[in-house]
Design a protein. Structure first.
Ligand code: FAD
Length: 384
């Protein structure tokens, strides 16, 4: 046995789980196929929900990201081309912000700093797993060089998960035929910790508040339009951006190059197989319309950590079928709901058919008049 738990995939989900389990005293090994290098800016930020931040604080990561993370206190959702909008204020549900916006690469660096301080967590880079077999009390992995074994393997290896495929777990999903363009701007007026999401026929356009009077842009368009935008010079791209942001942030300046991400949905039919658990995008990859993709992964991590720690403290097997069953039962329903909700939002809001447009605008107006419903959505976004 080489570790209590072996995690395959060393990005956000794998490293966050390693920090949680490592903090709880388990012996953890992370296998990442990429080479060891400093994480680089990729245009994207994460909107970490209040609940995700609570879990990260418990794992000793929270204080490492807080100085780079901007609290998000207000959210405006608007239907482009109409006066219909909805405002959400975090003060209506308590003192905490909805969440924090942090750059992907800074989050990754903070996770690595935490893991460096945990002597019971090891990360092996440039490691490719060739086969995975379950044999009685252990799962065995064959690598390009050597073999490893542990009572539990966690697949945190993203949408194209080797673990999911090796275990023969089917997944359903589709391509949204939308591409998200992600970049960062600075602006002359303060954002006052507010985010704005405009729904337009090509997909949502969001500005998310960052530290140092900057905002993160997630601009979704049909693939052909996105491709054309990506080919524009910085000056022309900025002009197009100005027309989308409008003037609430004053004069804007593009301070990163744009990056593009094709958008798909994928949901695994099961989250477990003998001595294997799937977490994060390996189990469910969703549209970023509600900024919840990784927050769902953090939900998996919270439940899995709780189940494993409770069992191992009693000296029992962390890969026992009862743990896997409880994990799947506790996560499948919540994740399934979020998959359905985000998919429904994409279909409802990326739609210019007149009756749908009318129903949507009417719905936004009606919701403004229903504070309890608004509070329900706010709590869902915060993960509480
Ligand atoms: C434009 C955009 C904006 C987003 N914004 C938000 C947001 O605001 N909030 C939010 O919560 N989520 C957001 N998301 C979603 C979020 O980025 C993902 O949910 C998250 O990054 C998934 O992390 P992961 O670690 O599960 O998977 P991945 O990031 O895919 O990582 C998988 C890792 O496994 C490794 N790997 C793969 N196969 C193997 C193998 N066989 N052996 C070893 N290693 C392997 C890979 O190299 C990689 O490091 C956004 C997504 C997009 C596209």
């Amino acid at each position: 046995m080489d570790a209590d738990v072996i995690i395959i995939g060393g990005n956000h989900s794998g490293l966050s789980l390693a920090a949680c389990l490592g903090t709880a005293g388990l012996d953890v090994l992370v296998l990442e196929r990429g080479a060891k290098k400093q994480a680089r800016f990729d245009g994207r930020t994460l909107a970490l929900s209040f609940r995700s931040m609570q879990l990260l604080r418990g794992a000793g990561v929270g204080h490492l990201i807080e100085k780079d993370a901007c609290p998000m206190r207000d959210i405006r959702v608007a239907d482009q081309g109409s006066t219909a909008y909805l405002d959400f204020h975090s003060r209506d549900v308590g003192d905490e912000p909805f969440g924090w916006i942090v750059e992907n690469h800074l989050f990754h660096q903070a996770l690595n700093r935490r893991l460096d301080a945990l002597k019971n967590v090891r990360v092996m880079h440039s490691t490719v797993v060739k086969t995975m077999e379950c044999d009685g009390p252990l799962a065995h992995l064959t690598l390009s060089k050597g073999r490893l074994a542990a009572p539990l393997i966690v697949g945190a290896d993203g949408r194209n998960s080797f673990c999911r495929k090796a275990a023969g777990i089917p997944a359903y999903g589709w391509n949204y035929r939308q591409t998200a363009i992600a970049c960062v701007i600075s602006h002359s007026k303060p954002h006052h910790n507010g985010a704005v999401e405009h729904f337009q026929p090509g997909g949502p356009f969001a500005t998310l508040p960052m530290t140092k009077q900057r905002s993160s842009i997630i601009w979704t368009e049909k693939p052909a339009v996105a491709e054309a935008l990506m080919e524009m010079s910085a000056a022309v791209f900025t002009q197009k951006l100005e027309s989308k942001v409008e003037d609430w942030l004053g004069t804007i300046k593009l301070i990163s190059r744009p990056f593009s991400y094709p958008l798909t949905l994928q949901h695994a039919k099961h989250y477990t197989a003998p001595r294997l658990v799937l977490i994060g995008d390996a189990a469910h990859g969703i549209h970023p319309i509600a900024g919840q993709g990784f927050n769902l992964g953090m939900g998996d991590i919270g439940v899995l950590t709780e189940e494993i720690v409770r069992t191992t403290r009693l000296g029992l097997d962390p890969g026992h079928p009862d743990i896997l069953k409880r994990y799947e039962k506790r996560r499948k329903f919540d994740n399934g709901n979020m998959v359905l909700m985000t998919d429904g939002l994409v279909r409802l809001f990326s739609n210019a058919i007149p009756p749908v447009e009318f129903a949507r605008r009417f719905g936004l107006g009606a919701m403004q008049q229903m504070p309890p419903l608004g509070r329900f959505f706010m709590r869902t976004a915060m993960g509480i």
